[in-house]
Design a protein around this ligand. Structure first.
Ligand code: C5P
Length: 224
């Protein structure tokens, strides 16, 4: 399928400790938002892009995007990530599928966008995922309650892809029920839609802290 990317860049980036939203963080001479945007421009199956920008920074986001070959819409993001996704979806052109991506995953390879869209030929929802490397424990206050069997667990990334009708229904249901999810697939799972897993990418890390930014710059220096 071809799809529209909803690029979420409206976060404050409070955990980075800077004075500016995370989208503007410089990584090897290029802001986070532009790294993410360029990967999306190179994805063959992506036909349009909607960017959710931090309130008051819409024009600045626009000025950082390269003159592009794909239609782009910029909207004002919301207070939560889910609200930013809903705002982007409201402004999105109709398409067969939506891919929701965190701008904070600035190193996502273009091939991952295409891989998720190809998988959507055969199913309704797709998330990239990696196995867990750490042992995971349930805790209470300062002690361990039990160890979780990690063999059935994965860590999911973005872009997460959905058939357009499924994603629109999922947002409508979440809004109606007051449901808040920590990713987009969670909204779709509660409709009973099966979410398929494709391999994630080690480089596709989420940049949350200053440490992550340093790691990402190291990866960029090591060559894409
Ligand atoms: O804060 P967190 O790292 O979970 O944010 C993940 C992604 O969601 C980031 O790319 C951020 O810009 C975006 N976001 C958003 N609107 C918000 C909060 C986060 O677009 N209100």
């Amino acid at each position: 399928l071809k799809g529209v990317v909803l690029l979420l860049a409206a976060g404050e980036g409070a955990r980075l400790g800077g004075s500016e939203p995370k989208a503007f963080l410089d990584l090897a001479g290029t802001p986070v938002i532009r790294h993410a945007y360029e990967a999306i421009l190179s994805a063959e199956l992506v036909e349009a892009i909607v960017v959710a920008a931090p309130a008051g920074y819409e024009r600045r986001i626009e000025s950082l995007l390269p003159p592009d070959s794909k239609p782009v819409t910029i909207v004002t993001g919301g207070v939560t990530r889910q609200a930013s996704a809903a705002a982007a979806l409201d402004a999105a052109p109709t398409g067969d599928a939506y891919l929701v991506h965190d701008a904070a995953r600035a190193l996502a390879p273009s091939a991952l966008f295409d891989a998720v869209l190809r998988e959507l030929d055969e199913c309704e929802a797709v998330v990239p995922a990696l196995p867990l490397v750490d042992t995971i424990k349930e805790t209470a206050e300062d002690h361990v309650v039990r160890t979780i069997d990690r063999s059935a667990l994965v860590a999911v990334q973005t872009p997460q892809g959905f058939r357009a009708d499924v994603y629109r229904r999922a947002h409508a249901a979440a809004a109606k029920d007051g449901f808040a999810g920590t990713d987009d697939a969670a909204l779709v799972e509660r409709l009973g839609v099966r979410v398929r897993i494709v391999p994630g990418d080690d480089r596709n890390m989420k940049i949350t802290t200053a440490h992550d930014a340093a790691v990402a710059e190291g990866l960029l220096g090591a060559g894409r």
